[in-house]
Design a protein around this ligand. Structure first.
Ligand code: PRP
Ligand code: MN
Ligand code: MG
Length: 181
């Protein structure tokens, strides 16, 4: 289990690049929500890293809350049918809400989540995602802040997992085939 960095075949984004991009996005968020009381909603588990880092690049007050959701169905593909394993602790009616995600892959998770959150009548509801795979999208999602686009390959690190592991890699990259074959 040691030396997990050696199991990446290609680094796509280093932690330095991720942090620099987060600082830029945080500047935009600080400006956009200067007069609002912002609630960041992280989607467990993948968004833990980006929530921790993005929030610390912000200079304004924010609150944080978390949801845990699970896709139904078998296999590695998201089915789009989602159930809530842990709901928010916060009533978001009238609140300015920014959903924070590690990645938008097919878009099915956020398509469901945004519909669900919108029904609770927030004052505003937007998305920040660290990564996005434009070629994998099945359900279009209106994203306000995007860190980086990724190729449609199996990518791990910075919250992105393979079988629950590799989230704690600080860099983001493609996994060596010997790991999953
Ligand atoms: C991953 C990722 C996003 C979602 C994106 O979460 O963190 O939440 O999939 O996929 P989609 O756009 O195709 O719906 P996952 O369900 O693997 O749970 P995790 O965050 O605990 O890894
Ligand atoms: Mn997730
Ligand atoms: Mg996952």
């Amino acid at each position: 289990a040691s030396h997990i960095t050696s199991e990446l075949t290609r680094v796509l984004y280093t932690n330095d690049q991720v942090q620099a991009r987060l600082a830029e996005i945080a500047g935009e968020i600080d400006a956009e929500y200067a007069d609002s009381d912002l609630l960041l909603v992280g989607v467990l588990n993948g968004a833990v890293m980006v929530m921790a880092d993005l929030s610390r690049h912000l200079t304004s007050h924010v609150q944080m809350d978390w949801m845990a959701i699970s896709s139904y169905g078998s296999g590695t593909q998201s089915s789009g049918v989602v159930r809530i394993l842990k709901d928010l602790n916060t009533d978001i009616e009238g609140r300015h809400v920014l959903v924070v995600e590690d990645i938008i892959d097919t878009g099915l998770t956020l398509a469901y989540l945004m519909q669900n959150l919108q029904s609770r009548k927030p004052a505003s509801l937007e998305i920040m995602t660290m990564f996005r795979k434009p070629e994998a999208i099945k359900s279009p999602v209106d994203v306000k802040y995007v860190g980086f686009d990724l190729p449609n390959e199996f990518v791990v690190g910075y919250g992105l997992d393979y079988a629950g592991r590799y989230r704690n890699l600080t860099d983001v990259g493609t996994l060596a085939p010997h790991v999953y074959s």
